[in-house]
Ligand binder design. Structure first.
Ligand code: DUC
Ligand code: ZN
Ligand code: ZN
Length: 480
């Protein structure tokens, strides 16, 4: 008699702390046992494979709503296909608030769209307009509905918040028991630099990086942390682009501030030189913060090895190169100011990190699991995700650590017409993805039906409890 629905037999199980040659017994979509000689109705041979938790991508823009009623090109179906093809089983995506409008209607529409997903999903709520109604009624209602993370932008028209508005969001998050994630760049300085560059006739994608150099990200990161410290509100700094910015985070951590840093594969693999390709092609590599100089990746890898980066997400934000919905939304070859920022990376995230990290000897397989699955699940309160242990969801990826693949856009399985990683050779590849005990991708073929993903409501969790250390002991968030 089989003991389990499925047994994954004979692979090397990788957790964030250990590697172990063992079988996994799965029933009812959960991991029930880890041991040897397990018997299952279905047996998956994992000989010579690494058996790792399905990836948790805690920062990806999928089918994000735009103010004019349209959406980003990546749908929940294409985005899920791309994620599963790349070994990712859970995502956190972005519900948007539009200035002058309440949150509830756009969140309801976004939830309806997300119901077609094939990955499991939670939401961050972007806050662009923290009115009294938003901070006192809508944000607490979000927490009750299972949304426990807010995203704010310190730059970008029309999203950015000034310091006082940012403080209002921090205070509301503290009252509601939420995490705040922050896009850190200095709005005013970028605006001023952009005007100067355009006035000088410097308009091509290369100058995107010139308009927002490292010190503007570093300054905003410092400010974001200082204000979070004023309120005693835990935050995550999103998409840290280089080690100089990370220093602001590690100095604050040494003071006991609850702040975590995320980086993304684009900052480990692309550089500002990519935006200097002929014609408009540099637009394919434009994201914010901008990819930095040639030595930035080495600095980040050293910090990753030292444990200073909490997790690595894709910041998947796909805009096609051709056509009129993506990079050319504002014209055939618009000035850099008018090009949509973002690069697609849902499917490429794990293979790039495995190859550049594990295969290149910079991190261990356990580090890889911690950065791409366990830590994001822990930080965003995704219960049962990102871990191979009894009781956890059976979200599992079988990895062939030897397989060499040349990345092409076709392999990315997204709706975007290019990948910034075209032609890059990686070593290590996901060959089977299981989501809650079901095989949803095998050898590149994605079989999950639309709508089979589940919403992951997040309950209150201790990891993001404030420290209790307030300047002068005065809790301004109770009054502001
Ligand atoms: N920067 C963001 O902050 N989000 C989406 C893409 C980008 O480049
Ligand atoms: Zn951002
Ligand atoms: Zn983003």
């Amino acid at each position: 008699m089989p003991e389990f629905d499925t047994v994954i037999r004979g692979g090397t199980i990788v957790t964030e702390s250990a590697e172990q040659l063992a079988d996994i017994g799965i029933a009812g979509g959960k991991i029930i046992a880890i041991g040897t000689g397990l018997r299952g109705a279905t047996v998956i041979d994992a000989t010579k494979r690494l058996v790792m938790p399905g990836g948790v991508d805690s920062h990806c823009h999928i089918e994000q709503l735009r103010a004019d009623g349209s959406t980003d090109e990546e749908s929940f179906i294409s985005g899920s296909t791309s994620a599963l093809a790349g070994g990712t089983t859970s995502v956190v995506t972005f519900s948007n608030q539009f200035k002058g409008r309440p949150i509830a209607p756009s969140l309801a529409e976004y939830k309806a769209r997300a119901a077609r997903a094939m990955v499991d999903y939670a939401f961050h709520q972007i806050i662009t307009d923290p009115t009294d109604a938003v901070v006192h009624d809508e944000i607490p209602a979000l927490a009750r509905a299972g949304i426990r993370s807010l995203k704010v932008f310190l730059t970008y028209d029309p999203l950015h918040l000034d310091d006082r508005l940012y403080l209002r969001v921090l205070a509301a998050a503290r009252r509601a028991g939420m995490l705040v994630t922050v896009h850190c760049e200095n709005y005013e300085a970028i605006g001023w630099m952009t005007e100067a560059l355009l006035a000088a006739g410097l308009t091509t994608p290369k100058y995107h990086a010139w308009s927002r150099p490292v010190m503007l990200e570093r300054e905003a990161t410092h400010r974001a942390i200082a204000l979070a410290e004023l309120v005693d509100q835990p935050i995550q700094i999103f998409h840290v682009s280089c080690a100089e910015v990370l220093e602001e985070v590690t100095r604050a951590q040494a003071r006991g501030v609850k702040v975590w840093a995320e980086t993304c594969p684009q900052y480990l693999t692309l550089t500002e030189a990519d935006m200097d390709r002929p014609g408009f092609e540099g637009a394919k590599f434009m994201c914010s913060p901008a990819p930095r100089g040639a030595d930035a990746a080495a600095g980040l890898w050293a910090q990753i090895a030292a444990g200073a980066i909490w997790n690595i997400s894709s910041d998947h934000s796909g805009f096609s190169y051709e056509g009129t919905r993506g990079k050319r939304l504002a014209g055939e070859a618009p000035v850099f100011r008018d090009v949509l920022n973002g690069v697609p990376g849902l499917a490429a995230r794990l293979p790039l990190l495995f190859s550049e990290g594990v295969s290149a000897g910079r991190i261990t397989p356990s580090d890889f699991v911690r950065l791409t699955a366990a830590n994001p699940a822990r930080l965003f309160g995704l219960a049962g995700k990102g871990r191979i242990e009894t009781g956890a969801d059976a979200d599992i990826v079988l990895w062939d650590p030897e397989k060499t693949v040349t990345l092409t856009n076709g392999l990315m399985r997204h709706a975007i017409d290019y990948t910034p990683y075209e032609g890059r050779v990686v070593t290590g590849w996901p060959v089977l993805t299981m989501r809650r005990g079901e095989i949803v991708m095998q050898d590149g073929i994605v079989t999950a039906p639309p709508g089979s993903g589940r919403y992951l409501p997040v309950a209150g969790y201790d990891f993001i409890t404030p420290t209790g250390r307030l300047p002068n002991g005065f809790n301004a968030s109770e009054f502001g």
